[in-house]
Structure formats: C-alpha cells, structure tokens
Design a protein around this ligand. Structure first.
Ligand code: SAM
Ligand code: DTB
Ligand code: SF4
Length: 349
C-alpha cells in the first residue's frame, strides 16, 4: 500500500469541489467538514467518479481487488436492537439462534475460502460484546488457525474491552470490523441498546492494540445525505483512517423494523464509495452487503469509484450474496485482478 506524506501541503480549509486540488490523493486529511464532504457527494455523478478514480489510481497503483470471505461463526439470538439486523433475537426474521461453531468447522471453511481465492477471512458473531471465557478462547484459536493458513484474519464480535483487543492481537488478528453504521445524529433512530461513544471506544481499543480498524456503515436506513456524510467525516477525522471501510446497502429483511425501507439506488452506493475513496485515499473501501440487488454494470462502477474489496461466497452472514461463479465471471470479463494470497508468514498454532 502506498505511504502518503501526512505533512504535505493541505488544501484550503473549506473548498468548494471546484477548488479542491486535482489530485487530493497527495494529502491525507483529518479535518473534513460535513459541508465539504456533502459538496463532493453531490457532484455530478461522473465528475465524482472521475475524481475518486484519480485519487484511487494515485494511491492504489496495481488497481487490484481483494476477495474476502465471510462466515457467521455464531448466528442469531443477539440481545441488541439494531433495526436493520436479522440476527436480533427480538425480531421475528426466521434466523434461528445457534451456538458458536466448532473451531475445526470454521477452519475447514477458511481452507475452502482460501482455495477459492480469498485472502482475508472474516468471522462474525451475533454478540453485543465479547465475554471472557471458553467461547472467547475458541475464537482466539480460530484466529490462530486462520493465520496458520496464511490468510488475513478479521473478526466482528461486538464491543471489546482493552484486554480482549490485546489478546486478539496476540493471537495474530489482523483486523477488527466494528461499524459506526450511520451518522451520529441518526444513530439513536436505529440502535438504542448501545451508544455511538461505545462504538468509538471499542475502535480506540482496537487501534491501541495495534489491530487494523475496519469500520464503515450502511446506507438506506432512512438517513439523509448529510447524515451519510457525517459518518464519513467521523471516520476520516479519526487520528488515523480506518484501514478498511465497508460500505453496505441495507438488505431489508422481513421481520426487522426496516423491512419496508426502499432499496437504495445504485447511484447512491457509487456516490458513497467514491466519497469515501476521496476522503480516505489509502483505506480499502469494501463494496459489502447489497451486491445481489446490483447489476454487474453498477458493481463495476463501484469499483471505478474506488471500491477495492468485496465479500464473495453465496452468503454474507445470514443473507444471500451473488454466486461465486457469477462473481468470478464478472471479474474475469472485466479483467479485474484479484489481490494475491497474503504473503504473511504463517503463525505457528
Ligand atoms: N454483532 C457484531 C456487531 O454488531 O458489531 C458483529 C456482527 S454485525 C451483523 C456486523 C455488521 O453487519 C453490522 O454492524 C452492520 O453494519 C452489518 N449489517 C447487519 N445487518 C445488515 C443488513 N440487513 N444490511 C446491511 N448490513 C447489515
Ligand atoms: C460489514 O460491514 N458487512 C458485513 C461484514 N461487515 C461483517 C456483514 C453484512 C451483513 C449483511 C446481513 C446478513 O447477511 O446478515
Ligand atoms: Fe447484534 Fe450485531 Fe445484529 Fe446488532 S448488528 S443485532 S449487535 S448481531
């Protein structure tokens, strides 16, 4: 990944899009305002994509896309009330609560994912927070096992304590996914069982433990454009940008409070990805949930706008994702090159 000079000259404080430098990739800013980011988001679509692609090519010279695999290691029965989530116990969505998977079964899945071309393996648990004990010990073993396969290991397990973050790091965890989900001013309409500050605190523990931060959100939760931009500003103004930023489109699941939410238009995904790319030039931007509802052309436009990572495999956590074969065919016919398997030295178990 390119290293950027953080002490490069900064652009003027509040530029309109027309006065932004031609190649904003030359600087890594941490002082964006919502108005600036909104002005970018609202540019004519192709101007926005052009800017994002310019930034993207300046930073990501090989223009490859990372293939990530996702596995729900503990499904359903979650005590939280996230209005979008099919795994919340309080909503009748047909998702059954299951126990934490066995370590061997998880590693068998990781091996399959590696054989299919995944370089990153992300394990998700429908937990509010991690509790110390045998289940967390099993997760640590899963992390060690995934690393031994030579893959990047990522987890998303809910809130963490400082010591849990350190133990995950010691097990070899590369990245921790913990999404802000939406702008702070919309958050209370979506989740009441934990706060924005709780989320930021966990991200701080992850960062301090030396684990890469993976944090982004969902569009289509009834938020305004301003609130989408608010979320991007919170992420981009962290002392260090998240190494990866997943952009999800809501998958409106029957039984959740958001079941009637209208599907986001593909141009909104493109705008969100392009804007994320411009304000966080050196972050991996992940085209995450919602691809099944997008055409091939729309997905390619997202890649042109700066998405350089996606989840592949027939399932996300509990909802469907495009078929493996159709994803491979799309990458092949477009000549999009996947990132090669991690060159990390395997960590002994
Ligand atoms: N329980 C942990 C947590 O909430 O941090 C980890 C798993 S949780 C399912 C991971 C992320 O998936 C959420 O933060 C949310 O951004 C995303 N997600 C969940 N349901 C979704 C849906 N229906 N559509 C789009 N994204 C969704
Ligand atoms: C993220 O931002 N998106 C992924 C991953 N991180 C864990 C999860 C998407 C879940 C979509 C709903 C489901 O399949 O349950
Ligand atoms: Fe639980 Fe995570 Fe779903 Fe919220 S998003 S209900 S915390 S699994």
């Amino acid at each position: 990944m390119a290293t950027l000079e953080t002490d490069s000259p900064k652009p003027p404080k509040s530029p309109t899009p027309a006065t932004l430098p031609e190649t904003p990739a030359a600087v890594l800013r941490h002082d964006w305002t919502v108005a600036e980011v909104k002005a970018l988001y609202e540019l004519p679509l192709l101007d926005l994509v052009y800017r994002a692609q310019t930034v993207h090519r300046a930073v990501w010279k090989d223009n490859k896309v990372q293939l990530c695999s996702l596995l729900s290691i503990k499904t359903g029965g979650c005590p939280e009330d996230c209005a979008y989530c099919p795994q919340a116990a309080r909503y009748d969505t047909g998702v059954k609560a299951e126990k934490l998977m066995q370590v061997d079964a998880v590693l068998a899945d990781a091996q399959k994912a590696r054989a299919a071309g995944a370089t990153r393996f992300c394990m998700g648990a429908a937990w509010r927070e991690v509790k110390d004990g045998p289940q967390f010990d099993s997760v640590l073993e899963m992390v060690r096992g995934v690393k031994a396969l030579g893959m990047e290991a990522c987890c998303t397990l809910g809130m963490l304590s400082e010591s849990q973050a350190r133990r995950l790091k010691a097990a070899g965890l590369d990245a921790y996914n913990h999404n802000l989900d939406t702008g702070e001013s919309h958050y209370g309409d979506i989740i009441s069982t934990r706060t924005y500050q709780d989320r930021l605190r966990t991200l701080g523990f992850v960062r301090d433990a030396g684990i890469e931060v993976c944090s982004g959100g969902i569009i289509g939760l009834g938020e305004t454009v301003e609130q989408r931009c608010e979320m991007l500003v919170t992420l981009a103004n962290q002392p260090k940008h998240p190494e990866s930023v997943p952009v999800n489109a809501l998958v409106a699941v029957e039984g959740t409070p958001l079941e009637q939410q209208r599907q986001v238009d593909f141009t909104e995904m493109v705008r969100m990805i392009a804007t994320a790319r411009i304000v966080m030039p050196a972050s991996m931007v992940r085209l995450s949930a919602g691809r099944l509802q997008m055409s091939e052309e729309a997905q390619l436009l997202c890649m042109m706008a700066g998405a350089n990572s996606l989840f592949f495999g027939e399932k996300l956590l509990t909802t469907a994702n495009p078929e493996f074969g159709s994803d491979m065919a799309l990458l092949e016919k477009a000549g999009v090159k996947p990132l090669e398997p991690a060159v990390d030295k395997p960590v002994a178990q």
